[in-house]
Ligand binder design. Structure first.
Ligand code: ADP
Length: 233
């Protein structure tokens, strides 16, 4: 199995592309979904967050008050870093486990939907290639205002500025999906990218490594067992 990184800028249409990929039976691991999962009620990461930011970031029912925490961290970089130090290890533990299961199922490739792929650079090394969903900055602003009516203009700007610009990300990417037109323009581009991925043979590299490792392990075990049996006789 090989891994494809999907990223964009906030509001550029990455989640929309993820839905289209899933509609085409592509396996997508969405890091935002993992981020929600690891801070559910009862999760150790949520307890740590409440300790660090105070009980005010919890709703009366014990769930995380995400908008409140969002406002705190987007206004203060050091707090954002502290939150990441709690949440990221929990996310990656689950992700790597699920990737392993996916690999065992024999999938050719999987897409990792990572909002801050180029900012954190954390998993770039395990990716075979990257896709960026691009649109113009004014469209980003407009779409964010449409999607999050409760965000002020300043908040929208802060959130966009907290990320590398889409023009820069576009330069880093192997494939670019242009989302500066109507929604209908997305589907053909997504189908094209899937076609390109399906033609790749990179998954064989990892399968051969795994087969070699398992064969090596079997040989070592067999030799060790033989040695013990001869010694016991
Ligand atoms: P992201 O996941 O990158 O933050 P979304 O996929 O949630 O972005 O898209 C942000 C908003 O913009 C959503 O409300 C979505 O429906 C809308 N949107 C996405 N692509 C387009 C498009 N091509 N034209 C108009 N609106 C779009």
């Amino acid at each position: 199995m090989f891994l494809v990184g999907l990223t964009g800028g906030i509001g550029s249409g990455k989640s929309t592309v993820t839905s289209l990929l899933r509609n085409h039976a592509v396996t997508v691991f969405d890091l935002d979904e993992y981020a929600r999962l690891v801070v559910q009620r009862g999760e150790p990461a949520l307890t740590q967050i409440a300790k660090l930011f105070g009980p005010d970031v919890l709703l009366p029912d014990g769930n995380l008050d995400r908008p409140k925490l969002g406002k705190i961290i987007f206004a203060d970089e050091s707090k954002r870093k502290s939150l990441n130090a709690i949440v990221h290890p929990a996310i990656y533990r689950r992700l790597y486990f699920d990737l392993f299961v996916c690999f065992l199922k024999g999938k050719q490739f999987a897409v990792l939907d990572v909002p801050l792929l180029f900012e954190t650079k954390r998993i770039l090394s395990i990716l075979n290639c990257t896709i960026v969903v691009w649109c113009r900055r004014d469209q980003q602003v407009e779409r964010l205002k449409g999607r999050n009516a409760d965000w002020s203009g300043e908040e929208v700007e802060n959130r966009i500025n907290a990320q590398i610009s889409l023009d820069e990300k576009r330069a880093y990417a192997d494939h670019v999906i242009l989302n500066d037109g109507p929604m209908e323009n997305l589907l053909p581009q997504v189908e094209k990218v899937i076609e390109v991925m399906k033609k790749r043979k990179s998954h064989w590299k990892f399968r051969l490594i795994a087969i070699s490792a398992v064969t090596g392990l079997c040989l070592i075990t067999y030799t060790a067992l033989n040695y013990v049996r001869n010694w016991a006789l």
